[in-house]
Write a protein that binds this ligand. Sequence first.
Ligand SMILES: NC(=O)C1=CN([C@@H]2O[C@H](COP(=O)(O)OP(=O)(O)OC[C@H]3O[C@@H](n4cnc5c(N)ncnc54)[C@H](OP(=O)(O)O)[C@@H]3O)[C@@H](O)[C@H]2O)[C@H](O)CC1
Ligand SMILES: [K+]
Length: 537
Amino acid sequence: MQPVLNIEDVKCVEVALTREGVSVSELMHRAGYAAAQETIALGDVENVVVLVGLGNNGGDGWVAAEALFARGVNVKVVTPLEPDQISGDLARQVAQSAVKAGVSPLVGPSRDELEDLLSTADAVLDCMLGTGFHGEVRAPFDIWIECVNASGARAISVDVPSGLSAQTGRAAQACVVADMTVTMLSLKPGLLADDGRDVCGSIVVAPLAEQTEHLVVEADPVAWRTDLSDYLDVIPAPTQAVDKFTRGSVLVVGGSRRFPGAAIMAARAAARMGAGYVTLATPASVAAIAQAHLLEIPVVPLPEDADGVLSADGKDVVLKLARGVSAVLVGSGMRISGGTVALVSALIEQDVPLVVDADGLNCLARLTDGALPDFPEVTRRNAPLVLTPHRRELGRLVGQAKTPPDSLVDALEDARKIVWSDGGSNLAIVAKGSATGCVGVDQALLPKPGPCALATAGSGDVLAGMMVSALAQGSGQGGDLTLMAAYVCEVHGYAGSLAAERLGSRAVMATDVIDVIGLAADAVGEHVMFPEGVEEA
Ligand SMILES: NC(=O)C1=CN([C@@H]2O[C@H](COP(=O)(O)OP(=O)(O)OC[C@H]3O[C@@H](n4cnc5c(N)ncnc54)[C@H](OP(=O)(O)O)[C@@H]3O)[C@@H](O)[C@H]2O)[C@H](O)CC1
Ligand SMILES: [K+]
């Protein structure tokens, strides 16, 4: 796993390193060398343009320029000011040193001059704005960024693409779209989520010092990016000694006359993820439609109200069914009513592994008056509980319906309010977004996010079905529930990539993802067990 640090904690690591005898100047030199090294490793780099800003990110750029020059690369540094005029001591010193060594600067070029220069460049090193960037990009960098993005040269961003907030993942109107980002000390959340996913290219972490590894861990990472090898313990062990019940049985409670499809897809996804026996309980008026779509899956008709929404009259049947299965999913397409709130509440009180998704979460928000963290007794139970909110649902659960989290870090923080108030290891929150965070009481995990093809109606229902299926197969129980949730997200993402490969990323529908869950699970399993032996999708 790779640690992900908030920017303020990266700065604490920098301070801790200086205490351990590695000065900021030394760090800047190592950062610059790392950037130069990665640039050379790209191959075919004879002409490199280094665009520098006036802070320490620019300082890294001057060091990189000097290092590239020493390796015989033809380097030009584009700077807003002459080295002597740079106010920051460190950046000025390294700029003066680079010029002394023979690096030639181009000070304050016109747009035409810059475009001409970039047209001959094999690679551009983007060292304009780093973690000190805030607000909208001011001149001249806004123009420079436009020129970089319009040029054909490969762009290597140092620490963070200029214009991107490394904390929130929001890009300013002007933002470098990099081919590669060489980031210092550790991953930062903004590189992994939202706009960061579009502008970072491949990400290389340069630790800069031996001590970094332990100092980063001590700085309390906001999350951990998982590697496939981390999933070894949560992959269901292959065995022949099973029947359809011991392979895991699932009950899906959901659907409504308005949204019958969500529960159908969840049930189907649960079966495709490997559960041996899946049952769907859905309003009576849509049971026949559901059954027509689900030949292998028994459908139980439940009492409903005049709107075709499940009513509380079905509670006893639901609880009886729940007692007979390995795990339950409630919520898909269910709608919010007195009846559905009663069903969700009853299932939470039942001692069965449970996934709550979609309207099940909205029922939970209603049940707790939009303040789930104030009612820890609701989530405290003996059996595992997995909540799978997207950002708006998460906002409703923590009293922020009107201002839901709009960044990965905010979503992680909101999810933590819930798991920390609960305090146990039997609760995991899958905070869905462009990057999904799986939050447990001890840590938050970031599985590799799926493609944008997964941003489609029904995708969440599929994930919920997969989640309950994994839970029913015993994955994560008595072990790490958060890791199991991350594994399921990883398979979901992989299935999205496979479906996009087959059908084109714009065409993928949720049912297409369901069809390839099995192939995706097999492929992820192979990667986990034989990391060297298989090609990435
Ligand atoms: N973390 C580490 O261990 C190391 C990091 N290094 C590098 O240092 C940068 C962070 O350096 P810092 O000087 O704090 O900040 P930046 O260089 O990113 O940016 C500050 C300059 O940018 C100007 N700025 C800020 N916002 C804007 C904007 N919207 N438009 C234009 N210019 C902007 C700011 O100007 P002010 O007037 O606002 O002061 C500064 O001039 C980190 O990212 C790493 O690359 C070390 O070198 C190694 C160790
Ligand atoms: K940068």
